[in-house]
Design a protein around this ligand. Structure first.
Ligand code: ARG
Length: 457
């Protein structure tokens, strides 16, 4: 029997019922639903809308449902949605009093409240998982501060950078993600309960009581908006999408850096996969999968944005479509962040190979141009002189940091002995001591700055 059967003379047909149900997925909300109902029942009692005895009976009944679901003694089944399931089961357990739980409430403010409680916890979980990832990156950055690697633009070697600076770059991205989840949590922590179906309620409820009991920061100010607002779902999915975007960049680097062609990192066997036909292969399936799953989370963001677009005020059943995208994005996000934390902890870094490569591709050419510019040559001319030196190296199959002073001076009289120590990859990285730069000290300061900001979460 439906909660709303009274007005109907025929039961719902089986196919319509199956199409309409949400219990198969919204059962995930059972704890949030019972928590919100406990607070609602307490408030109804305190405001004398139901008797204290009835309120207590409802609360005891709800507690027993909660523990029976937790222990597996009660299976969630045979109801339209989780709200109907809990209420029907309550009535089975405590009889008449159970039928009073839904006084001054609608499933519209109920589901909005449950979902916010659920999403709040999910933000906390996302924050703790992303924090663990940043902590793993920080350890890598700390040990990598003294090692050099090639820095790329356009995926061509550009300038030597510090391996620590590289890992710090990802920490920056994930720190922004932490901030986004914290902001999302802050904005969603507003209580819709008490808005009822759409117009508010004629019962003398006290929303402050339920607000305090449920740990909300504020009470929603407009009942029409409160029952139909799903901005928090879109915000959560956007925050999750950007985490996935950042992870997928890290995936791409991982896939490139662990290839034979780069040879910078190794993924240990426990986190690698093989080929069913080519016996020699060691494949980076995990980063590829994370990169692939990014599309899935983006899809869920598009989905909720489309669901809320053009909805007339106030609640519409379209909004039932807010949950599956959230649950799947959440599970995807959590598994991807967790597996990547393990990967970051476990990859091995071939520091010698990276060091050799850091000096390749004439990566210290900018240092030569800067050297000349600092001696008074206009930068544009210095750029051209250095370009000619690069051409010379290509022709003679030489590297910039192995040229003799004579070879330098053939292009400009401004070169002196000290150019030979300026043009090495190490000197190039050390010269960049600006905030966020590649020198050992700048990177160490960067690591400390990341640690400091991480403490906020
Ligand atoms: N299962 C519904 C949802 O997820 C609960 C709210 C139902 N409200 C209604 N007016 N039919 O949105």
């Amino acid at each position: 029997m439906k909660l709303w059967q009274g007005r109907f003379s025929a039961p719902m047909s089986a196919d319509a019922d199956t199409f309409n149900e949400s219990l198969s997925f919204d059962q995930k909300l059972y704890r949030a639903d019972i928590t919100a109902s406990l607070a609602h029942a307490q408030m109804l009692g305190k405001c004398n809308i139901i008797s204290e005895k009835e309120s207590q009976a409802i609360q005891d009944g709800l507690q027993s449902i909660l523990s029976d679901i937790g222990s597996g003694a009660l299976k969630i089944e045979n109801a339209e949605d989780i709200h109907s399931f809990v209420e029907e089961n309550l009535v089975k357990r405590i009889g008449q009093a159970g039928k009073k739980l839904h006084t001054a409430r609608s499933r519209n403010d109920q589901v909005a409240t449950d979902f916010r409680l659920y999403a709040r916890e999910s933000c906390d979980k996302a924050i703790s998982l992303i924090k663990a990832l940043v902590e793993a990156l920080v350890l890598r950055a700390k040990e990598g501060a003294k090692y050099l690697m090639p820095g790329f633009t356009h995926l061509r070697k550009a300038q030597p950078v510090s391996c620590g600076q590289y890992f710090n770059a990802y920490s920056e991205m994930f720190l922004r993600d932490l901030d986004r989840f914290a902001a999302c949590r802050r904005r969603l922590n507003i209580m819709p309960l008490g808005s009822a179906a759409l117009a508010g309620t004629s019962y003398p409820i006290d929303r402050e009581i339920t607000k305090e009991l449920l740990g909300f920061d504020e009470i929603s100010e407009n009942s029409l908006d409160a029952v139909s607002d799903r901005d928090f779902v879109a915000e959560y999915l956007f925050a999750a999408s950007l985490v996935m975007a950042h992870l997928s960049r890290l995936c791409e680097d991982t896939i490139l850096y662990t290839s034979d062609e780069f040879g910078y990192w190794n993924i240990p066997d426990e986190y690698s996969t093989g080929s069913s036909i080519m016996p020699q292969k060691k494949n980076p399936d995990l980063p590829e999968l994370v990169r692939g799953k990014t599309g899935r989370v983006y899809g869920h963001l598009t989905s909720i944005l489309t669901v809320i677009k053009g909805l007339p005020l106030a609640y519409n059943k379209d909004l039932q479509e807010d949950k599956e995208c959230f649950f799947d994005a959440e599970a995807t996000l959590f598994s991807c962040v967790s597996i990547y934390t393990a990967l970051i902890e476990k990859i091995t870094i071939n520091v010698n190979r990276m060091f050799e490569e850091a000096g390749g591709g004439f990566s210290t050419a900018t240092d030569i141009a800067d050297y000349l510019a600092k001696k008074g040559m206009p930068f544009r001319d210095a750029h051209a002189v250095t370009g000619r030196l690069v051409q010379y190296c290509i022709k003679e199959n030489k590297t910039l940091f192995r040229l003799s002073l004579k070879e330098f001076r053939a292009e400009s009289e401004l070169f002196e002995e000290d150019i030979l120590s300026t043009v090495t990859p190490r000197a190039s990285a050390e010269a960049r001591d600006s905030v966020g730069g590649s020198s050992l000290n700048a990177v160490r300061r960067g690591v400390n700055a990341v640690r400091r900001r991480l403490k906020k979460f």
